[in-house]
Every structure is written in C-alpha cells, then in structure tokens.
Design a protein around this ligand. Structure first.
Ligand SMILES: *[C@@H]1O[C@H](CO)[C@@H](O)[C@H](O)[C@H]1NC(C)=O
Ligand SMILES: *[C@@H]1O[C@H](CO)[C@@H](O)[C@H](O)[C@H]1NC(C)=O
Ligand SMILES: *[C@@H]1O[C@H](CO)[C@@H](O)[C@H](O)[C@H]1NC(C)=O
Ligand SMILES: *[C@@H]1O[C@H](CO)[C@@H](O)[C@H](O)[C@H]1NC(C)=O
Ligand SMILES: [Ca+2]
Length: 390
C-alpha cells in the first residue's frame, strides 16, 4: 500500500515534469541527466550502505541488460576507470543498451554529442541509434592520451518523439568490459545560407556539433556518408577515421570560433560538393594553420578541387598560426568536389600519443574570372541601352 502510493507520487512528479522535459529540449545542451550525476532513488551504488536489492534505476533513462553506474576512482582490475566528466558515468556490458525518449522538432537535423571511453576490450564499439537510423562508432582508436573523447553523430528527426539509444554490440568473455559513456547533449542543426561570393556552404565551420565549454578535447566527427545529415552542415567525412572539430577557447583557430583539425592522416578525408558552372575558372582558397596544441611538425594538407590536387606545407611563422592558400581550377561539371586530408600522421610532442594535425578554416570557392564577366555584362548592358535609345 505504502509502495503504491510512493509510486503514485513519483508518477505525478513525472507528469509534472513532462512539459518541462519537452521545454528543456528546445535548447541545445545536455539531455535530462545526460551527465549521469542525478542520484538514483536508492542512491549511487557505491554510496549505498547496503547492497541494493535489484539493479539501480538511472533517472531519466531506460536500460536493457547490464548497464552500470560507475564512479571516478572505481577500479577495473588494475586500471582506474576513466570518467569523462564529473563523478559518474555509465558502463554498457555485453549487448547492454541505454536510451531516452526525447521530444524534438520533426523534420529537423539534430546532432548528438557524447563522450566515450573504452575499458578493457580492444575492439569496443558503440551503436548510436535514433530509429530507423543507427551508426556504429569504433572506439578502438584512442585519439588522445586521456583515454576518452567526445564524438558527434547527426540524425534526421522523422517523428516528434524519438528514442535516442546507445548500445554495446559486443560479446566479450568478461561481461564487465564495455564502453563508458557520459555527457550526452543534443543540438538542433541550422544550415547557414549559401554566401553570395562563395560556393562553399559552412566554409568557415562556424556551424557544428554542440561543444561543452569545459571540454578541451574538441569533438570527433566520425564518418558520415549522408551529406544531408551531418554534424558539420555542408561537409562529409568520407573516410573511416575521424576529424576533430575545435574551438577557439582551447585551440588556435584561424577564423571565427571554430575550425577543423585533420587528425587522421590520409585516412581522414573531409569533402563537399559545390555548385559550379562547367568550363569556368575558379579559385579554391583556404586558411591552413596550427592548432597550437603542441602538434609535432611538419604539417601539410592535400587539397583537391575537381581534377586539381595540391600538396601544401604549413610554414611555421612566429607572427601567425595560419597562412592563406590558393588552388586554381577549371570546373568540368555543375558540381565539383573539394576535399582535404592531412599528408602526415602527426602526434603531440608532449605525450607522443595524442593524434593531431593541420587545421583548415575559411574555405572558399569563387569565380576567378568574375571581373571580366562583370565588364562583359556591363558592355552588353551599354549596347542594349544604346540600341533602345536609337
Ligand atoms: C544498432 O541499433 C539499431 C537499433 O537498435 C539496430 O536497428 C541496428 O541494427 C544496430 N546496428 C548494428 C550494426 O548493430
Ligand atoms: C566546468 O568546470 C567548473 C570548474 O572546474 C565546474 O565548476 C563546472 O561545474 C563545470 N561545468 C560543466 C558544465 O561541466
Ligand atoms: C613578423 O613581424 C615582424 C614585424 O612586423 C616582421 O619584421 C617579421 O619579418 C615577421 N616575421 C615573419 C616570419 O614573417
Ligand atoms: C590563380 O588565379 C588568380 C586569378 O585568376 C591569379 O591571380 C593567381 O596568380 C593564380 N594562382 C596560381 C597559383 O596560379
Ligand atoms: Ca572558422
């Protein structure tokens, strides 16, 4: 009797919270209890005086399988578990899943940012899904020495209510091995207008996934083969390795507040199809820089525009962390692919492990014959005017 009235109380509190829940999501940021710091009704497992009778429920989340709240300082064998943010995170055991229903705006593109760390297995991966879409993120490559990284994945909201879920697809001998996830945030993507004098969309990289102010590791952008559904509007990460989206609070950024660091050598290709007019002359210009993250030089990129390719080296300069580059090309079709990758596989000089690389920003493609065309059009206008007057 007492139990059921408690449950009634919780249900009514939940009902009261519902409109609030929907409201929260109109803002970009953490999903409810996305950092796993909200205490379960029976307390965090390690704080409990007695072993809890059943599995601990995690506020705001639905779980399936062996999902465990883990705490900083907690050990796994000889290793201390890595907690990306705060004191708590969750670990997903074999085939375990954690998910949450969220109210969103149907038809919009959303990007989910989350932090993940692997524990003991080498081949750990994470299936991030918003049915019917899903993407498997490979956690095998450690991009930095801290042992965890933020990632971003985009999806199209096909309904008003979505189920965002994270699943460990693995089947390890040790069922306590499995990825740790933390800091789950959502951002509604906005596609910037195409600038008048530049065929590249979001060429300054200012629109991208949600970034936590406190996180100094940037956000990794894994493969996204669907150009319409990207955490970096306009751009596609074609390769099987990730890019790092960086912010000016923690890195040197050539223009504005955001840029992209090419951290995966030749296996990290970022591209965009831009609109062009066949047989016209264009210039691809971009800023090539150093993120100021102790990345060991040399740094160089391979830049592509249509059938042109150019290897460009970054020249260290005490006055600036970036330089301006230019590649001329003649369009062959009404869409031209521009792309970049890092020529070298770079690591930081301090830890020799964290992956880093050249930075690109302010990418532009413009009609290099535009002045002549302008004069030509002006000439025709004068002739037309003369004809009318005559
Ligand atoms: C990922 O999870 C979704 C939803 O549960 C499922 O439909 C999909 O098949 C899974 N993908 C992989 C590769 O396991
Ligand atoms: C950011 O860091 C400060 C100090 O370390 C901390 O008080 C604050 O809670 C952190 N904020 C987030 C969103 O993690
Ligand atoms: C840096 O700036 C100073 C002063 O403007 C100039 O004399 C010097 O040549 C510059 N150095 C480089 C490497 O461009
Ligand atoms: C590219 O074209 C522009 C204008 O047409 C010209 O000024 C520039 O020198 C060319 N650059 C190269 C590297 O050929
Ligand atoms: Ca920028």
């Amino acid at each position: 009797m007492a139990r059921s009235s408690t449950r009634m109380k919780w249900v009514s509190i939940f009902m009261l919270l519902l409109p609030h829940l929907a409201f929260t999501l109109t803002e970009d940021g953490l999903v409810p209890n996305g950092d796993f710091e909200q205490p379960p009704s029976n307390g965090f497992p390690n704080d409990a005086m007695v072993e809890p009778a059943g599995p601990t429920e995690i506020p705001n989340w639905k779980t399936n399988g062996n999902v465990e709240l883990v705490e900083s300082g907690q050990k796994q064998g000889a290793l201390i578990l890595v907690i990306p943010q705060g004191r708590h995170a969750v670990r997903l055991g074999n085939e375990a899943e954690i998910g949450q229903d969220l109210t969103v705006e149907k038809g919009s593109i959303y990007s989910v940012t989350f932090s993940a760390a692997r524990t003991c297995a080498q081949l750990e991966s994470l299936n991030v899904s918003v049915p019917p879409a899903s993407q498997t993120i490979d956690l095998q490559t450690l991009y930095n020495v801290q042992g965890w990284d933020p990632y971003a994945v985009a999806f199209n909201a096909e309904t008003d209510t979505i189920r965002l879920a994270f699943k460990n697809p693995g089947m390890e001998d040790d069922p306590t091995c499995g990825p740790i996830i933390d800091n789950i945030a959502l951002k509604k993507m906005f596609t910037p207008d195409k600038p008048k004098d530049n065929a590249v969309l979001n060429g300054d990289f200012e629109e991208g996934p949600f970034m936590f102010k406190n996180t100094s590791l940037g956000v990794l952008l894994p493969t996204n083969l669907d150009e319409e559904t990207s955490s970096l509007p306009g751009w596609t990460v074609e390769s099987n390795r990730a890019m790092r989206y960086i912010d000016s609070d923690h890195y040197s950024v050539p223009q504005g507040k955001r840029a992209v660091e090419l951290v995966s050598g030749k296996e990290g290709i970022i591209s965009q199809m831009v609109e062009t007019t066949p047989n016209k002359q264009y210039s691809l210009t971009f800023l090539l820089g150093h993120a100021d993250d102790k990345c060991k030089q040399p740094l160089a990129v391979m830049a592509f525009a249509g059938d042109q390719a150019q290897n460009v080296h970054y020249t260290p300069n005490s006055n600036s962390t970036f330089q301006s580059e230019n590649l001329n090309f003649t369009a062959k079709a009404d869409r031209t692919r521009i792309a970049f990758y890092s020529v070298y596989y770079n690591t930081r000089s301090d830890d020799m492990t964290s992956l880093c690389g050249p930075v690109i920003d302010d990418v532009r493609v413009w009609f290099s014959g535009s002045t002549r065309i302008g004069v030509h059009r002006f000439g025709i206008a004068i002739l037309a005017l003369a004809w009318v007057l005559l």
